[in-house]
Structure formats: structure tokens, C-alpha cells
Design a binder for this molecule. Sequence first.
Ligand code: SF4
Ligand code: FES
Length: 249
Amino acid sequence: MKFTLNVWRQNGPQDKGRMETYQVDQVSDDMSFLEMIDVLNEQLIHQNIDPVVFDHDCREGICGMCSMFINGEAHGPGRGVTTCQLHMREFSDGDTITIEPFRAKAFPIIKDLMVDRSAFDRIIQAGGFVSVNTSGNLPDANATRIEKSHADAAFDAATCIGCGACVATCKNASAMLFTSAKVSQFALLPQGQVEASERVLHMVNQMDLEGFGNCTNTGACEVECPKGISIENIARMNREYLSVSLTTK
Ligand code: SF4
Ligand code: FES
């Protein structure tokens, strides 16, 4: 397969950036999108051109690193897949493909397609954890009964991989889907109840401090999320936040 690629090139955070056009051929339809970029980069290295910088790690939909906006969609045209799980057979031979970084004020561009998503780390640090007493006198975890529907919903929320597609897709660059998934995975379990109030307050406050926009319920985040995280989590987080805000000064 052959493709024409319009790729965003940007030397660093202060550079204005520009689109560059490249041709790639000898791409197999079994290649992943990232393997196709590897082919491009081999070609660029042979031409003494800087390879395209992009984030990746697991290449199997787990780590959430491969943040790319492909033909105007976060993680490209596939549903329920990350960029590394997208295969070139989803495109037609001869297609022109436009590749950009995830764009949001809170995700500054480091270089080319690589963005800084450490704002997500700081939201987690603000409260996305449970404090565990390791004194050795704890009851066995399996002894705590949890309603099946709550366990399932907590598990679903916990599948968020922190990729940032929800932010890149949202016209407001809101991080509500990510933050609400991280709040819900604990809020639904008894182990998460102890710190529930501080958690939702601190995480939402940090989200606002990082410069993410407000949610206006467009639902675009849910559509583009590779893990199918439901916007029901946003409603749950809003309820938790409101109830804590009304009961604390
Ligand atoms: S909610 Fe979905 S789109 Fe947003 S960071 Fe988590 S996995 Fe990615
Ligand atoms: S490289 Fe890990 S999810 Fe894509």
C-alpha cells in the first residue's frame, strides 16, 4: 500500500510548527499505524531528515501513550482502539492521511506528535489512590462483600488508560471523562469510601488548576474513548462533588 502523509512537525514547545508532506510505500495492510510511522522514520533517517517524534510504549492498547489525531479523530477512524491497535487495512491504498498531535492547552507539545500529559499524573496525585494500612491486622480483602453491579462498574471505570483522547476530542478540552473514571473506580467500592470526599474535591480542583475546560455534555469523549468509558461516570462525579461541596465550608 502507498500513502501520502501530512504530518505535523514542531521542533519544540516554542516553535510555531507546520505540516510536512511525505510519501510512504511498501506498507503492508497488516501493519499497525505505528509500524507505518516506523517505515516513514526509516525512510527519513536515510534521507538525513529528523524522524517524526511520537509517543509509544506497549503497542497493545494498554499504556495509553500513543496519542495521535488521525484524519481529525483521536486514535483515528477505528472504534474502541488506540492508535497502536489501528491497522493500515482500515485505509485504502493511495489515501492521504493527516496526522497531528493531541491538542489542548493542558497538553503542551514537546516535539512533533509528542505531548506532555503530566497534567493527568498531577490529577491522580491529588487523590486518585486509596491509603492502605499495612499494619498486618487487616481483614482479608475477599471478606469484604461488594455488590456485583458495583464491582463491574468499578472495573469498567478502572480500564481507563489515561490516553487523553477524551480531552483531545472535546471542543472544550475537558478532562471530565478521565477524572470521573478515576474517581468512580474507588467511589463504587467500600475501600474507596474512607477518602471519598477529599478525593473528589482535590481531583476536580487539580483538574481545573491544570487548565482543562468545562464539560458541556456533548458526549464526544465517550464516542472516541478507546476503552468505552461511559459518561455516566461524569454524572456520578458531579453528584459526589456537589454533595461534598454543600457539606463542607
Ligand atoms: S477516559 Fe478514555 S479517552 Fe479518556 S483518558 Fe481514559 S481511556 Fe483515554
Ligand atoms: S502504545 Fe500503549 S496504548 Fe498504544
